[in-house]
Every structure is written in C-alpha cells, then in structure tokens.
Ligand binder design. Structure first.
Ligand code: SF4
Length: 382
C-alpha cells in the first residue's frame, strides 16, 4: 500500500561501521538524505549548516578518565536529591544507566513520564529529540542531557526546510494530505506536522487521520511501509531510515534461526521489510517486553533492534535466552552485537554526574517549540 515517491527508496546502501568515522550520502532527491555523524564532526556540521537545522555542533568526543561505576552511582544519587532531579533512560542506553534511572521506557512512555513526575529537573539519558520532546511537554522543568551531541540519524534524514518544500510541492500537485511524523524528528519538523506517532501508538493515531485525507509519513520508510500494511492506509513515504535498524543482515538472521531451531524472531518495525517478513513478532520496545513476559516457559529470542534492549528484556523475563541480531558470527556460537546506536552510547555515568553537577548541558526553549507543543500534546497525551 505504501508508495515511495521519487528516487530509489533506499537511497543509502552503505553499511554503518561504528569503528569508522562515518558516512554521508545524498541521492539528490529532497526526501532522500541520510547522514551519519563523523567523530570529528566535519561532515555533520556542514550538513546541518546546509539544512539550517538547529542541532548542536559536534566536537570530538573527549576521552573519559575511568572512574569506579559504584562511586559514580553514589555521587549521582546525592546530586539527584540536591537538585530535585529524576533520571529518565531510554531502553537503548547502557544497562548501568537503566539501573540508576527513576524511569525507563520507550519514547512514548518517557515523554508521558516527563509530564507526570513532580521533580523540577529531568536528566534525559537518550538522544536530542527525546530531550526536546520532554522540554516541549514540560516547559516549566529544567531538562538536562548528559551529552547534547547525542543525535539521531533518522531525525537527521528529514530536515525541516526540505520537508516544508516537499509539502508545498505535494499541495501544488493537488494532494490533500495530513503529515504524520514518527517521534524521531526534530522539533522544527514536528511543528510542520499534524500528528506524531511512536511505535507504541502509531495504529491508534493513524486511525484518527480522516479517511478522505492522504497520509505523508516521515521520516522512516520502513516503519511507514509496515504501518501502511497493517492499517490498510496508502502512504506517501519519506525515504529516511535508522542507521542501526538498516544494517541487520538477513543472512545472519537466517543463519541464527537455523542454529537455534524453535527460536522466536522479534524485530522492531524500523527494520527493512525483508527482516520483518521472517519475524514472528514485530513491535516497538514496550510490545517486545510485554510479549516475552507473557511466555512462562524458556524460549530463545533473536532480537532485531538496538542491542541494549536485551537489558530490559532480561529484567522482565529472565527465563529466556536472548540473542541480538546479527548474533551468530562464528561456528562456535559466539555472538557479536554490532548493532549498538553510537548516539545512545554517548550517554555515560560520568556525563550524568557531570550534567547534574554543572546543571548543563540543558535543552533551552526555542520559539518554534510552541507549535510542536500543540501537535505533541494532541498526539501523545490525549
Ligand atoms: Fe536514532 Fe536509530 Fe539511534 Fe534510535 S537507534 S536514536 S532511531 S539512530
């Protein structure tokens, strides 16, 4: 049902290698741009300058001096009380951070948690658009981020000025549509949209789009294609994707299934269609947790999403074995989780301690947040 208008829907075919500096590729089509930050920041800064996105300037990651994690946790505990702070951590950050967090969850749950907690300060262990959403939904709170440079390749793939130009082009062509954006977008993009969805509420929100309207879905083409198939609504898809979910290897997954007969494949809908087609369970992180918890007897799960997701799965259903995809790299069954998000990995215990101590970096209110606030509230809180 889904339609990707324009150039090759998979504009970027490069494989992400976290050990390399990064890659940027453009197809020339305004909807097909994918960017991966370089450690030295040069490509990304040029990219953001071109697209006039209001994102932090990347600088080299400072080498951290090793500190005892238990000491850091104690320090964080004291600072949290002093600063009246609560820590929110996404399921994709390191397990240590999830352990010290007051709230863990997916984007939808954390956005809602941010509005409910009584604390005056939030420390958001996640990526930039998540901190932005927390600030937009709770403007009276101070929102600190351990590392303001933790971005998102998916959000980067849809710059606000390119989206505005494409919406104008579609209108000029006579399309009568509403724009539905995945939450993994900048606030500037959200302010151009009618609805915001997460993998947890997408079906419900898409049902709210009037039947006589077309749907422009941004920025994740794989999620859009999946939602189009489950809702039956045709969609015009923006050709963006997530660097982590894009790299799962179908061969590795098939090999893992063969090596583990009877295993259950769980995939995030940000994965490409060929991965979803051979998956037994397709869903966001909360759906994955609920699913494994519903099965009492031991199973083997092959998990196609960010590798840190194994932490909350083990916690809620320790009876199972979890293997990240691609997980089987050798004939001895050794696993290699090379599917970690480098942006989420910028969050560390030291940075949490430092941002509490310095009350910085902080997500500061921007004028265009006001418009994004309307659409976020309508989509996530009502
Ligand atoms: Fe963005 Fe993908 Fe990382 Fe999630 S896993 S923050 S979508 S780059």
């Amino acid at each position: 049902m889904a339609v990707v208008v324009g150039a090759d829907p998979v504009a970027w075919s490069g494989r992400w290698d976290p050990g390399l500096a990064g890659q940027v590729a453009e197809s020339g089509d305004p909807r097909c741009i994918l960017s991966v930050p370089r450690e030295n920041g040069s490509e990304t800064n040029a990219f953001h300058e071109r697209t006039r996105m209001q994102l932090p300037v990347l600088t080299p990651r400072a080498a951290e001096i090793e500190e005892d994690p238990l000491d850091l946790m104690d320090e964080i505990d004291v600072l949290k009380k002093e600063q009246d702070a609560a820590i929110l951590a996404h399921f994709y950050v390191d397990g240590d951070l999830q352990e010290i967090a007051d709230f863990t969850g997916d984007s939808l749950k954390l956005a809602r948690d941010a509005t409910r907690i009584p604390n005056s300060t939030i420390v958001f262990c996640g990526v930039h658009f998540m901190g932005e959403s927390a600030k937009i939904l709770s403007p009276e709170k101070t929102v600190l981020m351990p590392d303001l440079q933790a971005g998102c390749s998916l959000a980067d793939s849809c710059p606000a000025d390119r989206l505005a130009a494409y919406q104008a082009e579609l209108r000029a062509q006579g399309h009568d549509f509403q724009t539905v954006a995945y939450i993994n977008t900048t606030a500037a993009v959200k302010s151009l949209c009618d609805w915001i969805v997460t993998s947890g509420n997408a079906r419900e929100i898409i049902d709210r789009v009037p039947a006589d309207k077309e749907i422009l879905f941004v920025p994740d083409q794989h999620l859009g294609r999946y939602l189009s198939s489950v809702t039956g609504r045709p969609m015009i898809l923006w050709a963006g994707s997530c660097m982590v979910h894009e790299v799962f290897s179908i061969q590795d997954l098939l090999r893992a299934k063969r090596n583990h007969p009877g295993s259950i494949v769980m995939a995030h809908p940000e994965c490409p269609a060929n991965i979803l087609e051979i998956s037994d369970v397709v869903g966001g992180t909360e759906k994955m947790r609920n699913y494994v918890a519903s099965i009492p007897e031991k199973k083997i799960f092959l998990v196609a999403t960010e590798a840190n997701m194994i932490h909350p799965l083990k916690k809620i259903a320790p009876q199972h074995e979890y293997i990240p995809v691609p997980g089987i790299m050798t004939s001895t069954g050794e696993t290699c989780a090379c599917n970690r998000c480098p942006h989420m990995a910028r969050n560390t215990l030291q940075k949490v301690r430092d941002c509490l101590k310095n009350r910085s970096p902080e997500i500061v209110w921007q004028p265009y947040f006001a418009q994004a606030q309307d659409v976020l509230r309508r989509s996530l809180l009502k």
